[in-house]
Design a protein around this ligand. Sequence first.
Ligand SMILES: NC(=O)c1ccc[n+]([C@@H]2O[C@H](COP(=O)([O-])OP(=O)(O)OC[C@H]3O[C@@H](n4cnc5c(N)ncnc54)[C@H](O)[C@@H]3O)[C@@H](O)[C@H]2O)c1
Length: 418
Amino acid sequence: MADIKDPALAPSGRDRIEWAAGEMQVLAQIRERFEKEQPLQGVRIAACLHVTTETANLMETLAAGGAEVLLAASNPLSTQDDVAAALTEQSGVETFAIKGEDNDTYYKHLNAVLDLQPQVTMDDGADLVTVLHTQRADQLTHVLGGTEETTTGVIRLRAMAGDGALAYPIVSVNDADTKHLFDNRFGTGQSTIDAVMRATNRLLAGRTIVIAGYGMCGRGVASRARGMGAHVVITEVQPTVALEALMEGFRVMPMREAARIGDIFITVTGDTSVIRREHMELMGDGAILANSGHFDVEIDKEALRDLATGGIRRLRDSVDEYTLADGRRLHLLGEGRLVNLAAAEGHPAAVMDMSFANQALSVEWMVKNHADLEKRVYPVPEEIDREVARLKLRAMGVEIDTLTDEQDRYLHSWDQGT
Ligand SMILES: NC(=O)c1ccc[n+]([C@@H]2O[C@H](COP(=O)([O-])OP(=O)(O)OC[C@H]3O[C@@H](n4cnc5c(N)ncnc54)[C@H](O)[C@@H]3O)[C@@H](O)[C@H]2O)c1
């Protein structure tokens, strides 16, 4: 059934899954409760997520709650083959994912998890939901609801709901405070810089790093790049966000100016063609280009290929060199796909703990409440978000103050002033 690279990789996957589990105490507490209460007993779940050690811990939590789960990759390059093997061979979660799979295989794998006739979909980027709605609409009646992990997926789902095309309710896990304020910022921040360093082994100190997009992810990447001693330049399209970046001390300019001065370019906008031919034509010899946004459309790869009349070669793992007609070389990391997953291991487990705690609790909430929900995108209920933060603080051994009765009254009053 499953489609993985090599079942013999399972033991190494198991060790790494356990290593991640050590940092995922919130999910562990949920798993313990799920084992006892079996809230997902018999529920069929099709998941389309990056196949990483953290995802494995989520899959095992859902299975512990009684669910029948199949997993496919949400990106052709992000799969950790040893994790896919451990899940399939040891956890009973059949996985359909091979690192480097071509587009046809990617979609074959999405269809394989949909063969389960899922009642719940769990998506990262909304590809699964799209295939279900466009090619397998006959199955939509089985679906109770779904969850979505990332900004780009939520944008697509809101567009579907706006057009009246969304056939079932979906919880936007991305919008939970305990997700995007931590995962997108600290997770993408650290793992993107980690990926650039692993792929290139270049010194960042003193270099100019251009970051396109100063959203939740972009500000994480920017602050960590600054921490490494780089000169950070931000490009933006939203005036207020650009102003924030400026007052945070970063230089802000259009990409056509940044292209001339950058050593390393990182896109993280969720938008398309952010770095295009007109920018590549201005870049210096040796410039490095990477993308950490969801789809591989932020850097115009077709334009890069067209410009590379001097040849294209793989120089190191995850580094492709494109030689332009005048001899300048541009280096694309991870084929322009999410660099932190293609060239590193994705977010550290400690932040995924919160994102995936939200996933597990949102699925439970959806299964309980689906009959009362409309076919639209729902936020993660506030009580879940707060609970995840409370459990995380406890796991980190941190206590906080509570309001006194007087403070509580004061904060709810309107007649107390000077
Ligand atoms: N690499 C990862 O592991 C990871 C993790 C979380 C999210 N993501 C993805 O990263 C992307 C960004 O997510 P986010 O949460 O930061 O979104 P966000 O909406 O908070 O921020 C995106 C920012 O990009 C800006 N932008 C849009 N078009 C632009 C352009 N042409 N040039 C410059 N700036 C532009 C927007 O104004 C916005 O400020 C999404 O695709 C999301 O799915 C990736």
